[in-house]
Design a protein around this ligand. Sequence first.
Ligand SMILES: C[S@@+](CC[C@H](N)C(=O)[O-])C[C@H]1O[C@@H](n2cnc3c(N)ncnc32)[C@H](O)[C@@H]1O
Length: 294
Amino acid sequence: MRTAGPPFTVAGMSDHMPAREGSGSEVPYERVALGQDRAHSARLYDYFLGGKTNYIVDRDAARDLMQALPAIETVARVNRSYMRRAVRYAAQQGVRQFLDLGAGFPSAPNLHEVAQDVARDCRVIYADTDPIVLVYGDELLDGTPEGRTRVVQADVTRPEEILAAMTEQEVFDLDRPVAVSLHAVLHLVPDAERPHDGVSRLMDQLAPGSYLSLSHCTGDLAPRTWRTVIDVCARHGISAQPRSRSQVRRFFTGLQLVEPGVVPAHRWRPEVDPGPGILRDGQVCLYAGVACKR
Ligand SMILES: C[S@@+](CC[C@H](N)C(=O)[O-])C[C@H]1O[C@@H](n2cnc3c(N)ncnc32)[C@H](O)[C@@H]1O
């Protein structure tokens, strides 16, 4: 766990760093493998949203994924639009502390902008495992004077570290509710890493009135397509584990799902009726749901 900001060196490039010995003012550089030699979920997603934080390896993988799942750019937009509705919902219920776990690169409007649009004093912690995401996180520190935003390194499978980061940053009061967003993250965490257990241990520690919001890829609605998507991801070094509706619902165990429950993301409290035939469930392939801890 680390707050964004300290200097990184790129693994394998230390020869290019200025000599530090004997200067008397050594900076404690930490060698971090940035993983630029293969595609990464955050940069792929950035590409699908029309961003510029992606490399050739990501764009190659993106093109293969677009062949397998032609609506994938739409799915990314559906996911961002779901984030806006779910965060607004939690803020309208009175929650003022938001944890965006697996935050990805900044993409306007960012979660803190959505929450602080409802209440200017909302506080937001962005967390991710990827060092490049954390560096770009600087752009997320521009919230309202009444609120606060922070960026930390944290892994959904290590809830104790997330809780420590939340308190160390002195941004959250853990006696008060927190709205946790885990959007388009958990399908990147295989069962072997026990993501259900991680989420449950995190929610256990939060105050009553806290919320959990998830979006999660599924193969339920287009099984053949998803077999191909998993193969393409594996070829590009990304492990993807889409889950069934009941496996996604399991993340909400012990919490009270709000209406309409776990549904394809574009059907979760849509603000504008998309009309028949514009978006089919099989194109979206993404379940979403929000639940409250009572
Ligand atoms: C597809 S992006 C989603 C970004 C954002 N949540 C959204 O929905 O717009 C997935 C993000 O999850 C992060 N991630 C992957 N595994 C993670 C883990 N175990 N813990 C925390 N973040 C993780 C990736 O680094 C990436 O930034």
